[in-house]
Design a protein around this ligand. Structure first.
Ligand code: AMP
Ligand code: GLY
Length: 420
């Protein structure tokens, strides 16, 4: 079978690596890939946002299955375009992708289907958002409140403001921060407190199969300090959610969401990613993502024992409930190595040393390329994701950090407290 993966980050390296181990996959392509992905797939220069060129490529190269990595292609309707041409593709259709592409759509959807979430309101202009704040619905001037841009903003569209003054500042700056289109509407939300957990699943429209729960570390600095990033590290560990908590999440979030999609006239087929806050009042949904997380995927897929191609085939056939997906027992951890001055102004072009000395882990490449001498060099903010499994979390972390100690590049940043 010929498989095409769309994307170019650490997530897509992990997806390609997993497909490369499938006995069903004969040729693997990635549009557009990176230097690490080129070790396992043929990288082709088609941009993930050029959905027509992607479909042309899939047709010309007799691609049997396409797997979409990121949200941009999904929000543009890559799945609708492929399906209209009779091409098989894993990912939600454009309508379902609104669960991530529009925060106001997602919040209204949660309200329509009774999915527990933070109290919210949507405003159509910054001035109205400020009036909403002053109405007192989100507490007094000392209450924390969360300000969100409606559209896709590559992780920059959310500000957790400590008080009303900060929230007003965030509302005024939102358009500058994320672009006018993404900030066309502004969602204000009650601030929730608790542990955060990410729960991902395969979904075939009606049924779902859960992946191991994960936690992301979003801030650049240890102890969760400094600016938000795309994610500095993740781990999977069964202790993140108890059986009872999982049951509540299935009953109050997952089933209502999948059925809600059907009731609204579309189906959710693809990877669903729930960002959950475990509050004193029980689990509440922070957000939907409609794709694998980065770097959650790296930590999840190293534990997948079932052939990913077979899982995809079952998702397309609507027979997900008939396959038993196996995960390696224990835990896993992914430590991200980022370039100097990430996330503000990442420096690129530094030679990466020590990759050849590393064993017993998977090193997923995010922002790498090769120089003329054939050295791997940095080419983005997040550079590598060093990923290990272990019988328990401390074993996985210790293996990952031992490998990290062997890798270096000028200005390399990483957090020493992943999984702590
Ligand atoms: P989102 O992209 O909506 O998940 O938001 C990014 C991050 O902002 C989340 O992972 C949370 O840490 C934080 N966040 C979002 N919404 C809330 C909320 N209502 N209360 C507290 N923190 C939030
Ligand atoms: N790591 C968070 C995300 O992929 O959205």
């Amino acid at each position: 079978m010929n498989v095409l993966v769309i994307g170019s980050g650490g997530r897509e390296h992990a997806i390609c690596r997993t497909f490369s181990k499938s006995s069903r996959v004969t040729r693997l392509f990635c549009a557009n890939g990176n230097a690490g992905i080129a070790q396992v797939a043929e990288c082709v220069p088609v941009r993930p946002d050029d959905i027509f060129a992607l479909a042309d490529f899939a047709t010309l190269n007799a691609i049997d299955l396409t797997f979409v990595g990121g949200e941009t292609s999904l929000a543009l309707g890559v799945v609708d375009e492929f399906e209209a041409r009779g091409l098989k593709i894993i990912g939600p259709c454009k309508e379902a992708a609104r669960l991530e592409a529009s925060k106001s759509f997602a919040k209204d959807f949660m309200a329509r289907h009774g999915v527990p979430t933070a109290k919210f309101t949507t405003s159509h202009s910054p001035a109205f958002a400020i009036l909403e704040l002053e109405s007192g619905d989100f507490g007094d001037e000392n209450s924390p409140v969360v300000v969100k841009a409606d559209g896709l903003a590559a992780g920059k569209g959310v500000v957790v403001a400590k008080n009303r003054t900060e929230a007003v500042g965030a509302i005024k700056e939102m358009a500058d921060l994320v672009g006018t289109a993404a900030a066309e509407k502004i969602v204000l939300e009650e601030c929730m407190f608790g542990r955060e957990v990410s729960l991902l699943m395969f979904a075939d429209g009606e049924d779902f199969a859960l992946m191991p729960p994960t936690r992301d570390h979003k801030r650049i600095g240890e102890g969760d300090t400094g600016p938000n990033t795309g994610g500095m590290g993740t781990f999977t560990d069964s202790s993140l959610l108890t059986t009872d908590e999982l049951q509540i999440i299935k009953d109050t979030m997952i089933r209502p969401t999948l059925h809600g999609c059907i009731r609204e006239g579309f189906r959710f087929r693809g990877i669903m990613f729930l960002g959950i806050m475990m509050t004193a009042q029980g689990p509440k949904l922070l957000e939907y993502n409609v794709r694998f997380g980065d770097p959650e995927t790296q930590a999840i897929l190293v534990r997948l024992e079932t052939d990913l191609f077979d899982i995809c085939a079952a998702m397309l056939d609507g027979t997900l409930s008939s396959i038993d997906i196996k995960w390696k027992p224990g835990s896993s951890a992914c430590v991200v190595l980022a370039s100097e001055a990430y996330p503000q102004k990442p420096r690129t072009g530094d030679v990466i040393n020590g990759l050849e000395n590393v064993s017993g882990v998977e090193v997923f490449h995010a922002g790498t390329s090769k120089d003329e001498a054939g050295n791997y060099i940095t080419s983005g903010g997040r550079v590598l994701g060093v990923t290990a499994t272990g019988d328990d979390l401390s074993a996985a972390l210790s293996t990952a950090y031992s490998a990290v100690a062997k890798i270096s590049f000028e200005g390399m940043q990483f957090r020493r407290d992943i999984g702590k």
